[in-house]
Design a protein around this ligand. Structure first.
Ligand code: CU
Length: 268
């Protein structure tokens, strides 16, 4: 029983202290707080409406028949309450939602200052392309894309010689911004990493950048957030590893093809 619970906590990266999934990126705290504030408002509305419902049941129950009159409400309480709720909603929107959105979409980090990773979703797995030690992706060509060359990699390009291709496994260093360029080989998928509080649709023919700064080392699950076919549930099999700089350097060294292009990562 305890083992099963521990396994569930590990799999979903839950954090019992905050009752939310582990927060592993720079945007997570803001987003979690925003979600909390919305829930406080919903709680206040729930308690208020439930209380009002009980009051009405008590006041106008069948044992206390009342005659309807034409005056209606005689106080302004309902107006004040409505205005208060509207003001709280405007505050949530203007002071929390819009600034948060602006921060999240503000500007793509430059390739020099960030880890760049290309994501190619596919029924039913995640292909990743990593620029390797030179931090430069090799050329890609649409006409080269096929079942074994998911990224349309151009084998002739010298910048691509050390590119690393992986299936369902990403490594990136902690404390350095990361940009994922999300695309799909077949249908629409959605690249979702709950620990990073990040979700982006993967659309065939488009490469859409999403970014954040990973702050907490660990191994986190990747989900597909778009029903994409029979094997959709298998797309929880991807993992994102946030490594310390030294762990990341050794992963990079270990996976860099020693001589010439490595076999192109495939989906089996
Ligand atoms: Cu999918």
């Amino acid at each position: 029983m305890i083992d099963t619970l521990t396994e569930i906590i590990r799999l979903f990266n839950l954090d019992w202290m905050s009752h939310l999934p582990v927060a592993a990126s720079d945007r997570a705290a803001d987003l979690d707080n925003f979600i909390r504030y919305i829930h406080y408002l919903m709680l206040a509305l729930f308690v208020g409406w439930s209380g009002y419902y009980l009051l009405v049941l008590y006041k106008f129950g069948w044992t206390r028949p009342k005659k309807a009159d034409y005056h209606g409400a005689r106080t302004h309480a309902s107006t004040y309450l409505e205005v208060t709720v509207a003001v709280v909603e405007v505050v949530l929107l203007v002071f929390f939602a819009i600034p948060l959105w602006a921060k999240v979409v503000e500007s793509v980090p430059s390739p020099e200052n960030s880890t760049q990773i290309r994501v190619m979703a596919q029924q039913f797995g995640w292909n990743f392309m990593h620029p390797g030690q030179d931090d430069m992706f090799g050329k890609q060509r649409f006409d080269l894309v096929n079942e074994t060359n998911k990224f349309g990699r151009d084998m002739e390009d010298p910048n691509g010689q050390d590119d690393i291709f992986t299936l369902n496994e990403i490594h990136l260093p902690v404390e350095k911004e990361v940009v994922f360029h999300v695309s799909s080989l077949d249908v629409i998928h959605s690249f979702k990493v709950i620990a990073l509080r990040m979700c982006q649709d993967a659309i065939p023919g488009l490469s859409i950048p999403v970014w954040c700064k990973p702050l907490k080392e660990g191994r986190y699950q990747i989900n597909c957030a778009q029903l994409c076919g029979n094997g959709h549930s298998a797309m929880t099999g991807g993992f994102l590893n946030i490594d310390s700089q030294s762990d990341y350097d050794s992963w990079l060294a270990l996976n860099t093809p020693a001589d010439g292009p490595a076999a192109v990562g495939g989906f089996e």
